[in-house]
Design a binder for this molecule. Structure first.
Ligand SMILES: Nc1nc2c(ncn2[C@@H]2O[C@H](COP(=O)(O)OP(=O)(O)OP(=O)(O)O)[C@@H](O)[C@H]2O)c(=O)[nH]1
Length: 216
């Protein structure tokens, strides 16, 4: 990876659990041409960081993934992203020093953003995309050493990534800066609703309507 932290070993975690309530269909399984959404995001992120792991809900149905991408299942269902991040850092402990964390619902993610976050990390524990007051905890590099702090927060019932940011040395990549390498902020575009999914299919020129997994 080309970054000023060239010696830093960076892995990746893709979160694909949760309720998918706005989509009312598992986002991880949404078809995108020859792939489904989780496969696409794993392929893109896996092209620039290693090792990569997937964090899923217990009993979640998953597509075929590369043999070198293990799946870990949330200990408790629907505990939210911070708990899944903690469990993912635990799984990759000893295998890398820092981890790029993503959801599975950003299919237009670009590796340039990941490289930029790596360059930004420096001696900090966390490098996260920020848009004004809004943090993007699923577009961020976390040092594996944050595991202990995350476990402490969770044991205190604190589940918001903002609680973590407030406690640790953090650095931010502002979206105004990200726009220099990703003008449309495609890397941050979440697909949460059926309308967003349909717009994505149009944008990717995936026109075969038979791929739609729902009819409305
Ligand atoms: N493993 C795991 N992943 C999660 C969890 N909650 C959310 N995610 C993932 O985190 C990303 C962002 O999730 P959200 O869009 O905020 O929530 P969601 O449950 O997917 O969708 P909504 O129910 O519509 O809010 C998605 O890729 C989810 O798959 C969780 O508890 N465990």
């Amino acid at each position: 990876m080309s970054n000023s932290n060239a010696e830093l070993k960076v892995g990746g975690i893709v979160l694909c659990g949760g309720a998918s309530s706005r989509m009312n269909y598992p986002k991880a399984l949404l078809p995108l041409g020859q792939e489904v959404m989780l496969q696409r995001v794993v392929r893109i992120i896996g092209s620039c960081v290693s090792p990569l792991a997937v964090m899923a809900s217990p009993d979640q149905q998953l597509p075929t993934l590369p043999a070198d991408v293990p799946v870990y299942f949330d200990r408790e269902p629907l505990e939210g992203p911070l708990a899944a991040i903690g469990q993912g850092l635990e799984a990759l402990h000893g295998k890398c020093e820092a981890v790029f964390i993503s959801g599975c619902d950003t299919p237009l993610i670009e590796t340039a953003m990941i490289e930029c976050l790596c360059s930004r990390l420096g001696n900090n524990q966390l490098a996260m995309v920020r848009e004004g007051d809004r943090l993007h905890p699923l577009a961020a590099i976390y040092r594996v050493s944050l595991l202990e702090t995350i476990q402490q927060l969770l044991s205190q019932g604190k589940r918001r990534p903002i609680d973590l940011v407030a406690q640790v040395d953090s650095v931010f990549l502002e979206t105004t800066e990200l726009q220099e390498i990703d003008p449309g902020l495609r890397s941050l575009r979440n697909i949460n609703t059926r309308a967003q999914y349909q717009a994505l299919l149009n944008e990717l020129e995936i026109t075969d309507s038979t791929v739609l997994p729902f009819s409305d």
